[in-house]
Design a protein around this ligand. Structure first.
Ligand SMILES: Nc1ncnc2c1ncn2[C@@H]1O[C@H](COP(=O)(O)OP(=O)(O)OP(=O)(O)O)[C@@H](O)[C@H]1O
Length: 367
């Protein structure tokens, strides 16, 4: 069984965590939710850092923790590599010294990960002689990830490793993180409360709320669920879609994408023709028309069918789930008044209007 299966609980004053789930041991699984929902606590329990934790953890058929009274496997035997928000490097050693330290400590572990491979995958060669105190935040995190990889982990636990970085630095380091499971064959659990980061990196996600598992599954499936609470907690409702690059138009700085026969126009992306991109379309950027509009500046007009309308009477807004063919979905957030005036109902054929400028710049290859 190549999965990590767990059924865990812990009680702190004013907070309880109670989560059961099973994660395939490949790719990146995001642990997503608002501040204080228990993401770090769950990660710490998986790493063996919370002594009061109750329940079971099975890693690829090996028991890390079982019922009450049984001794939990100690942290160092689990083979889980932890990357913290702050890099926690040794300030008295240079970059190479930090990496060699981890490598020496994991000499006994039979794993293919070696120094040169880590240096090359994370582009660390120019930094090797540098003191860690002279590194930028992004460089520090790359070194911290490299150091963790050199402990030769079987599982990477990453606790918001980019939280302290600004958007530019985040964008620089994301491609490195994205490649880790492929290059090193190590699965990762990645904590984040940034939905764009999750969309970009993860294959699947778990949504936590108040110490409970609210939803779990492939990122694209979870993001389009209408029943997930959205407001105020950086869970901007929308969908993640994977599309194929059809052409680039440098003159107008646009790229054309194919979505199972429907076309999308997005700001110019860098990928080659034929490659696939994942992009996120926010519900508030999608409008609805009952007839195909003419003479309109919006370039993306997708034929759609309404699957579901959630329009609570106490709210001004209504959330629509739309099918755009081949089981693919979009979400639209419009006013409840518009739903009424246009006579919208499940089953109706409509047109979904998406402004091309509202796409989150993708520019990466979907996993
Ligand atoms: N050792 C502890 N003792 C008491 N309470 C704790 C302890 N560790 C965590 N908590 C509480 O458990 C809850 C969950 O904390 P946790 O750090 O897991 O949340 P989180 O989702 O990772 O939040 P953030 O995104 O802000 O890091 C919080 O209310 C926190 O105060």
């Amino acid at each position: 069984m190549n999965t990590l299966a767990f059924d865990l609980g812990i009680a702190f004053p004013g907070f309880t965590l109670d989560v059961a789930h099973e994660i395939p041991l490949h790719g990146i699984t995001a642990l997503f939710g608002p501040s204080g929902c228990g993401k770090s606590t769950l990660l710490r329990i998986l790493a063996g850092l919370e002594r009061q934790a109750m329940g079971r953890i099975d890693f690829a058929g090996e028991t890390w923790q079982s019922g009450p009274g049984a001794k939990a496997m100690p942290t160092h035997k689990r083979g889980a590599g932890y990357v913290f928000q702050d890099a926690r490097l040794f300030p008295h050693l240079d970059v190479a010294g930090n990496l060699h330290f981890a490598e020496r400590r994991s000499r006994h572990v039979s794993s293919g990960i070696d120094f040169d491979q880590v240096v090359s995958a994370l582009d660390l060669a120019p930094l090797l002689g540098r003191r860690v105190t002279s590194l930028s935040g992004g460089e520090r995190q790359r070194v911290a990830i490299g150091r963790t990889l050199l402990t030769r982990p079987r599982l990477l636990l990453m606790d918001e490793p980019l939280a302290a970085l600004d958007l530019k630095r985040k964008a620089e380091i994301l491609p490195y993180i994205e490649r880790l499971p492929v290059v090193f064959g190590v699965p990762a659990i990645y904590v984040s409360h940034d939905i764009d980061e999750v969309t970009r990196l993860a294959h699947r996600m778990m949504v936590l709320r108040d110490g409970r598992l609210l939803a779990a599954g492939p990122v694209e499936d979870v993001l389009e669920r209408l029943d997930l609470p959205a407001n105020g907690e950086r869970f901007e409702p929308g969908v993640a879609l994977t599309a194929r690059i059809v052409s680039h138009d440098p003159h107008y700085q646009l790229s054309q994408l194919d979505l199972d026969g429907q076309h999308l126009s997005v700001p110019l992306v860098s990928g080659p023709i034929g490659s696939r991109l994942r992009l996120r379309i926010k519900a508030r950027d999608v409008s609805i028309a009952t007839r195909r509009p003419q003479d309109i500046s919006i370039r993306n007009i997708l034929a759609a069918r309404i699957v579901e309308i959630v329009a609570p009477v106490e709210a001004a807004q209504a959330d629509l789930l739309l099918e755009i063919g081949n089981g693919r979905h979009l979400r639209a957030r419009i006013t409840r008044a518009s739903v009424h005036e246009l006579g919208l109902a499940p089953g109706f054929g409509v047109f979904a209007l998406v402004k091309s400028v509202t796409f989150d710049a993708p520019g990466f290859e979907a996993p």
